[in-house]
Design a protein around this ligand. Structure first.
Ligand code: NAD
Length: 552
């Protein structure tokens, strides 16, 4: 088996790696040495001549060259990585899957002392105050190291080596955690095949005595039952509360029934609920958790792509009224959010494709790599192909979208500023979704129409270059999103937009794309809005401006 050492500069990865390999009779692969021999130049020269981006490219290639994990028992290879090797989600996919990863962790002050005494030049630190630089790096990277087994790197390397010897007998599993972080939105864990273990960990942290799973018939069949079996095998008593499938879960009557079921089970306020399902289920179960006994903790385990990249994150919970969607709700952050991409394997392609509407939106907000990923693999993801599951590209997409949402919502939980940018494409999108009665068009599909509209508005105000608009419209074309006019009436879209809840002080706030991100504008003239709605509804350009008039 391969043992992988990760951690910040100065944590002793090379020294521990050398000793451990010697003691175990294993091969040592020092990733920086491997890069130097492949490129034919020292790492410092690569940084100086070509910059960090080029170094990361060489690093990625070197990691790929490690090939498949060695699954034979015993430590066969010790792989000592550079401190930044784990930044790239695909590197973690490669390094952590089937390999035994160890995080050599020490306080930045301890590491800074070592780095200052060492003759090695560390390009990402040199020229800076090492303690401050290492503190910053720890904040930016700890979530990537955290899935690995933690070892105190402050200890002498002989002690660490002794602790790691013989660990090769443990067979690595198929599951892989790619990211783990304690955030203002609860513990966030992302990976593949991790659901049961992550739920179990969350419940142990909550000192739970049983598992109370909330699911619906479909998500119970495809995910919940398996998770319940794994948790029961782990010794947990499991209770189950079933809600109706899909949007039918988001009703006050259903909330009442679920709360009565919890009362019959004598669930008290220290107990933790676990929701397993799509965005509708996590919205409804989240609302149950927010209100039962004035609030009980919940673990959100989304089983749809929409749930993993958006709905189950951020603490917004709600149910619908006959008068409108999400009209009754509460903010209630989960204690843990678990995105296990293997739960998406049974998801119908239409659900995957629609969710890409939201993912494209997250890319437009400022993640160029995410846009490239969707350009490369979006069509395969939308078809439900196996390849994006196996290559780690779906996991990377979930991580990029989910983490971006964590950052935005942590900065602005109640949507007073930054969180509003997540509404890109939603102004017209919501209008279309509502006009279609929330049944014929899925949310992500509506967002895709809305994105086309937002680009048309931004083009008519000249705030986004034509090239950017062409790129995004072309991407939506290839994904098969918002291709044909939706079967909604123009008047109905217009009316729903006029009553949009973002209608502040009588003016609609628009989140509009720029060359590299978005801006919020509340001064969009009627003609620009008309052009946007026409583009979203895919009306012919000539028929539009006169026909479409939406009050700004
Ligand atoms: N709270 C938020 O911030 C937020 C954000 C976005 C959307 N939402 C809400 O999310 C809901 C939409 O969520 P959704 O798109 O996940 O739809 P959904 O929850 O309605 O699920 C769609 C369908 O997929 C099925 N399903 C779920 N997981 C499956 C799996 N793994 N395999 C096979 N089938 C599966 C469900 O049974 C359902 O029939 C809406 O109610 C929307 O308002 C909330």
């Amino acid at each position: 088996m391969d043992l992988v050492l990760v951690g910040l500069s100065g944590s002793g990865k090379s020294a521990v790696g050398r000793r451990l390999a010697q003691r175990e009779g294993a091969i040592l692969v020092d990733l920086d040495d491997l890069i130097e021999s492949r490129v034919g130049r020292p790492v410092t020269a690569i940084f100086a001549d070509e910059g960090e981006a080029a170094f990361r490219r060489y690093e990625r290639e070197a990691i790929l060259s490690l090939g498949q994990a060695d699954l034979d028992p015993g430590i066969r290879r010790v792989i000592a990585t550079g401190g930044g090797a784990v930044i790239d989600p695909r590197n973690r996919w490669q390094l952590y899957r089937g390999r035994f990863a160890v995080w050599l962790r020490a306080a930045p002050e301890v590491l800074a002392g070592r780095v200052s005494r060492s003759a090695n030049v560390r390009p990402v630190i040199s020229g800076r105050d090492p303690t401050a630089a290492l503190r910053e790096l720890a904040v930016a990277r700890d979530r990537f190291y955290a899935p690995a087994m933690e070892i105190n790197a402050g200890a002498p390397s002989a002690t660490i080596v002794r602790a790691l010897m013989g660990r090769g007998a443990e067979r690595p599993t198929d599951s892989v955690t790619l990211l783990r972080a304690d955030t203002a939105l609860g513990r966030v864990e992302i990976g593949q095949g991790i659901a049961a273990a992550a739920i179990s960990g969350a419940l142990r942290r909550q000192h739970a005595r049983r598992v109370i799973l909330i699911a619906e018939p479909k998500t119970w069949a495809v995910a919940g039952a398996g998770i319940a079996d794994a948790l029961a095998a782990d010794g947990w008593p499991v209770e189950r509360v079933m809600l109706p499938r899909g949007e039918a879960a988001k009703r006050l009557r259903v909330v009442e029934q679920a709360c009565r079921e919890l009362a019959r089970l004598r669930v008290d306020r220290r107990e933790t609920l676990v929701a397993v399902g799509g965005g509708a289920l996590t919205d409804a179960a989240g609302f149950v958790a927010a209100t039962y006994l004035r609030g009980v903790p919940i673990v959100q385990v989304p089983t749809t792509l929409v749930g993993q990249i958006d709905a189950a994150l951020g603490g917004k919970t709600a149910v619908d009224l006959p008068e409108g969607k999400n009209l009754v709700g509460a903010f209630h952050q989960p204690v843990a959010f678990v995105a296990d991409v293997s739960l998406l394997e049974t998801l119908p392609p239409r659900q995957l494709r629609a969710a890409l509407g939201e993912a494209v939106k997250m890319g437009i907000l400022g993640d160029e790599r995410l846009l490239e990923l969707i350009e490369e693999d979006g069509e395969a993801i939308a078809r439900g192909d196996r390849r994006p599951f196996e290559s780690g590209s779906l996991a990377e997409l979930v991580e990029r979208c989910a983490w971006a949402k964590v950052e935005v919502v942590s900065a602005d939980e109640r949507e007073s500023g930054l969180r509003m940018t997540l509404n890109l494409g939603h102004t017209i999108g919501h209008g279309i979704e509502a006009a279609a009665g929330y049944s014929k068009i899925l949310h992500g599909e509506a967002v895709a129409y809305g994105l086309r509209g937002a680009f048309a508005v931004a083009r008519s105000l000249d705030i986004v270059p034509a090239e950017r608009a062409r790129r995004i419209n072309g991407l939506l074309d290839r994904l098969g999103l918002a291709l044909t006019p939706p079967t909604v009436s123009l008047d109905s879209v217009r009316d729903h937009m006029a009553t949009d809840k973002k209608h502040a002080l009588g003016r609609l706030s628009w989140v509009l794309p720029t060359a590299t991100g978005v801006i919020v504008r509340s001064d969009v003239p009627a003609e620009a809005v008309a052009a946007g709605v026409a583009a979203a509804l895919r009306l012919s350009p000539i028929a539009t401006t006169a026909e479409v008039s939406v009050r700004p």
